[in-house]
Design a protein around this ligand. Sequence first.
Ligand code: CA
Length: 247
Amino acid sequence: MALMATRLLVLEDEDGLRASLRLLLESDGYEVVEASDAESALAIVPGAGFDLMLVDLMLGGMDGFSFIRRARPMTEAPIVVISARDGVEDIVSALEAGADHYITKPFDVQEVRARLRAMLRRPVLSSDGPTNGQPPDLAVRGSDVFVLDQDDGPLVFDRGAAQLTRGPREIHLTMTEYRLLSVMAENAGRVLSRSSLLEHVWDEGFFGDERIVDVHVRRLRKKLERDPSAPRTVVTVRGLGYRLDTQ
Ligand code: CA
């Protein structure tokens, strides 16, 4: 029986680099679709079922930032930027646009491999992750449904089904938002530092710009808070990190 290959988009305008990324990724067993410009990539995103997209920022025509902004609503797949632009503003802009992760050029092949593995892994429902030391009832499957807010039209996160609903309305989450909410929900009531969220949601070896966490928390709040400027569910604990409160 053939297994469904993991499908990646490589959006990169440098022919040599795109070809070598393709070779590397195909040798790792991924199915690779190449695009050299953002316009043609954008045209195939809705139907291609990509599991992850690798995106360069400096492209001819539409740039990578615009591509990410426009592709983000079309898919929950992680978007990983590979760019020579390594300034903090560029990284934050790419994350704000909707990217999930960032790799700077020149990149190390092992680093690319590790990042992709981390971003493609499914969240694990077990007690051997961030739930260590937690009361066992937080780590078992039976408690996979979290009522985050009881207000009219309760906000319910069903982690097993990967579903967030407000009353009858389903709220769409990206893969990274889902992972972030999972970690926060299973640790509800506890303060989680930015570095611990970074470690559990992204991966341990990430270069460690904790703003990646802040950007994703902002994104999550826009989706689940009634008033994102006065959050009640994902609250900031000044100087320490974030805490998920259930009402
Ligand atoms: Ca380029």
